[in-house]
Each structure stands twice: as C-alpha cells, then as structure tokens.
Design a protein around this ligand. Structure first.
Ligand code: C2E
Ligand code: MG
Ligand code: MG
Ligand code: MG
Length: 281
C-alpha cells in the first residue's frame, strides 16, 4: 500500500488499511469455503428472437451465502480475479454449464438451447484453458456449438495477437464466441474484423438511454455496431432490454435478438425451465 502511493513519499500504515486488508482476506477465505461447500449456483437468463423463440440462455453466477443470502457477482468476481480464485470458480462454472447442456440434450423443450458462459481475463489466459475446454466437451459429450464463451473488450485488448490465437484454437473445438458489453470500451469497430466472434452483444448502457424508444445521440453508435456485425456475419443480441419501446427501436434498427427484464430475469434452473414450459402452453 505504501508503494502504491508512488514516488519517494513514505506513507504510514493507517488502521483503515488494516481493516481493508482484513476484509479482503476474509472475503478470499469465504470464497474458498463457498467452493468447498458448493455455495455457488448458476442462474439462467434467456436470449430471444423477435418472434419469441428462445435460442439460448446466459449462465450468471450467484453465491448463496448461508448467512448473507444471495450475493451478486460484482461483489466477488473482481476480487477472485485478483487473487487467482477465478480460475477455480471459472472451471466450476464451465463444468456446471456443460453438465446442464448434457441434461438438456435429452429434454424435448431444451435440447436446442445454447448456453453462454462469461469468461474472465485471467481464466482465458490460463495456459491450459484450451485443454480444459476440450476435456469438458469430450467428458460431457456435448455439441460444442451449443457452448458460447462471452468475452469482453478489455480481455481481447490485453493482448490482441494472443487473443486471436487462443480464440482460433477454441473455435477449432467447435465453440462459439460472443463479444460482451460491446460499444462502451475504447476499441474501434475495425478490429472486430480480426477477431473470430460469432455474436456481438450491444451494451445495456445504450439500451438504457433509450427507454422511451427515442433515439439518443449515441444511437448512431448502436446503428454502426449493427452495420458492422451484419457485414461480418455476426449475430446480434441487445442486452438489458426492459421496455417494449426499446425492443421496438432495436428491431427497427436491425437488431432482432434480445435479453432483458422485459422477457425474463436470470433465474435458477428449475424456474427457468418452468418459465420455458409455461411459454409453450
Ligand atoms: P454481463 O455478462 O454483461 O451480464 C449482464 C448483467 O446484466 C447480469 O448481471 C444480468 O443479471 C443483468 N441484466 C440482464 N438483463 C437486465 C435488464 O434488463 N436490466 C438490468 N438493469 N440488468 C440486466 P449480473 O448477473 O449481476 O452479472 C454481472 C456481471 O458479472 C456479468 O455481466 C459478468 O460480467 C459477470 N459474471 C456473471 N457471472 C459470471 C461468471 O460465471 N464468470 C465470470 N467471470 N463473470 C461473471
Ligand atoms: Mg455476459
Ligand atoms: Mg453483458
Ligand atoms: Mg457486463
């Protein structure tokens, strides 16, 4: 902490820092325990086309803490990424998603569903990441085209050449890639052409700004993203769709696949299956 202040400035240790260190340590211990005691679970949020067809679901991790209740990923994923625990968590998430795909393969209602998993930077650059995926696909005997990995811009930009290389190896296994939260980072649209993405997800930031269905100034960016995705033959999904007006606007602009509270919140698998079943009736 003294070092992080930079320069030659000597900073004395403050009691608040101790509290912070202790808190982070306690959280790390708790994450360890959560893995051992299986306190994590996956929630599923559907991706739907304009005609209401459910094409897949995004798996979103939840921590069901015995005392503190449900904990959102924003609270523990960043620290797990820093401590390295994300590697174990990420493995668990992938394994769980593959098991789910295997179970859905023999379920009439769910057999066509794709599952999307969020991949963190550290997990993606693990030396044995490609082998891990190959092993899971083989072990669970899943159709690899049913598994989508969602990557963020910052992950890809960490080392563009290495990212392209890894993505190509993973694509060779048959998996799909989605660019998550696209449009709010610092990247240019042009580098998308270098990356083998199958899907682009328009960040909720843009969608949220247009909750009344009016085009904001930023909507030009959304239209540019839609144009680029179409040019490269990438599928498009808009995230965070909460109102019918947003859905209409996106549809008019050429985006025909959606995810958001307008349709369904992320739910435990039994609730998700029940939701799907109700829609069929
Ligand atoms: P993300 O991948 O961009 O996921 C979308 C987030 O938006 C989710 O939050 C989802 O619950 C929320 N969301 C979906 N529809 C709506 C909507 O209509 N309105 C609003 N306001 N929010 C909506 P969540 O589940 O809290 O996840 C947050 C982030 O945590 C994810 O962003 C992802 O980056 C990360 N994350 C989640 N699960 C995992 C995981 O298994 N591994 C890793 N590495 N990261 C994960
Ligand atoms: Mg995502
Ligand atoms: Mg997203
Ligand atoms: Mg996000």
């Amino acid at each position: 902490y003294a070092k992080a202040a930079g320069g030659n400035e000597v900073r004395f240790f403050q009691p608040e820092m101790l509290a912070e260190v202790e808190q982070r340590f306690a959280l790390q211990q708790a994450i360890c325990q959560a893995l051992e005691q299986q306190q994590f679970c996956l929630f599923y949020q559907p991706k739907l086309t304009n005609t209401g067809l459910v094409v897949g679901a995004e798996a979103l991790i939840r921590w069901q803490h015995p005392e503190r209740g449900m904990i959102a990923p924003a609270y523990f994923i960043p620290l797990a990424e820093e401590s390295g625990q994300i590697e174990a968590i990420g493995r668990w998430v992938l394994q769980q998603a593959c098991l789910q795909l295997q179970q859905w393969q023999s379920d009439a209602l769910c057999q066509n569903l794709n599952i999307a998993v969020n991949i963190s930077v550290r997990q993606f650059y693990q030396p044995d990441f490609v082998e891990l995926l190959a092993g899971l696909v083989q072990h669970y005997r899943i159709n690899p085209a049913k598994l989508t990995l969602e990557l963020t811009e910052s992950l890809v930009l960490t080392d563009l050449d290495d990212a392209v290389h890894r993505m190509q190896q993973i694509k060779a296994l048959g998996l799909r890639f989605a660019m998550d939260d696209f449009g709010t980072g610092y990247s240019s649209l042009s580098y998308l052409s270098r990356l083998p993405f199958d899907e682009v997800k328009i960040d909720q930031h843009f969608v949220r700004q247009s909750d009344d269905g009016q085009k904001t100034r930023d909507w030009a960016i959304v239209e540019a993203i839609i144009g680029i995705a179409n040019t490269f033959g990438m599928a498009l999904v808009a995230e965070g769709v909460e109102t019918e007006a947003q859905r209409q606007l996106l549809h008019t602009s050429g985006c025909h696949c959606f995810q958001g509270y307008l349709f369904a919140k992320p739910q435990a698998v039994a609730d998700f299956e029940h939701w799907l079943h109700q829609r069929q009736l």
